[in-house]
Design a protein around this ligand. Structure first.
Ligand SMILES: [Zn+2]
Length: 258
């Protein structure tokens, strides 16, 4: 009888220790995730593809920033509705990506500082954004934040020097400027280049060896047009987010980046 009671006591004790061990492991996991944060960013919308992005973000409940182009927001009734829908989503931040997107003539655009500032302010008006506005300059991987400043490495030092007053004046006009750390690249027709598996392995590699603008924080650049139905955009984005969740990456809001 006594031996039987002892065995039961030992079993209870073992169960208790197993629970304690499980609790310790569980509490260790989020801490691991918190120092590997991914910031999903989507540029150039509203476009064909934006509505799929919003569907997936709502289904997966992850935060993201959509850097929108004022001219695209004005282009149609359905685009205006997409802006309204995105603004109503608590996990979505609308960012400013200029009014004109520099008409894709970047050097010309950045030769006129007042014009750049006016273009950014016009997009604020169209998108209904008030300072401080989270923004990404068209065609430029530039950061201007209270905590850090970084120029576009793809520009030569002379061109970067010429454009510096643009970045400074835009920042001083009530904008936080964000570049990016890695891109899910697309072809000219908008089709994604890397497979989801390939992109995830690139991200793993970067967290192992890469240097980000801020340690432990990866800003991922994507473009709305990549997620249109003809490229199976909903599935692709869902697969990416699922894979990143499985690897226990955290997803950050752009407000938490600064
Ligand atoms: Zn763009």
């Amino acid at each position: 009888m006594a031996a039987c009671r002892d065995r039961k006591r030992i079993q209870r004790l073992m169960t208790f220790f197993r629970l304690v061990l499980a609790a310790m492991l569980m509490s260790a996991l989020p801490a691991h995730g918190a120092d590997r944060t991914i910031y999903l960013t989507f540029d150039d919308g509203p476009l064909n593809g934006t509505s799929n992005i919003l569907d997936v973000l709502a289904a997966e409940q992850v935060p993201a920033t959509l850097f929108m182009v004022g001219m695209h927001a004005e282009a149609s009734v359905s685009n205006k509705a997409l802006v309204r829908r995105a603004k109503a989503m608590p996990l979505v931040t609308i960012g400013n990506h200029s009014y004109s997107h520099a008409y894709n003539h970047y050097r010309h655009f950045y030769s006129d500082t007042e014009g750049v500032v006016a273009d950014m302010l016009m997009a604020n008006a169209v998108l209904g954004l008030k300072p401080a506005v989270h923004a990404r300059l068209p065609g430029r991987d530039v950061f201007r934040l209270p905590s850090m400043s970084k120029d576009d490495n793809s520009l030569g030092p002379a061109q970067a020097g010429r454009e510096d007053p643009d970045y400074e004046f835009v920042a001083a006009s009530g904008f936080y400027l964000y570049g990016w750390d890695h891109e899910w690249v697309h072809k000219d027709n908008g089709e994604p280049v890397q497979s989801v598996d390939h992109l995830v392995s690139e991200i793993d590699h970067l967290f192992g060896y890469g240097r980000f603008a801020k340690p432990g924080k990866l800003i991922l650049l994507m473009h709305d047009e990549m997620f249109q139905d003809s490229f199976d955009g909903k599935t692709q984005l869902t697969n990416l987010i699922t894979a990143l969740k499985l690897r226990r990456y955290a997803f950050g809001t752009i407000q938490s980046y600064d």
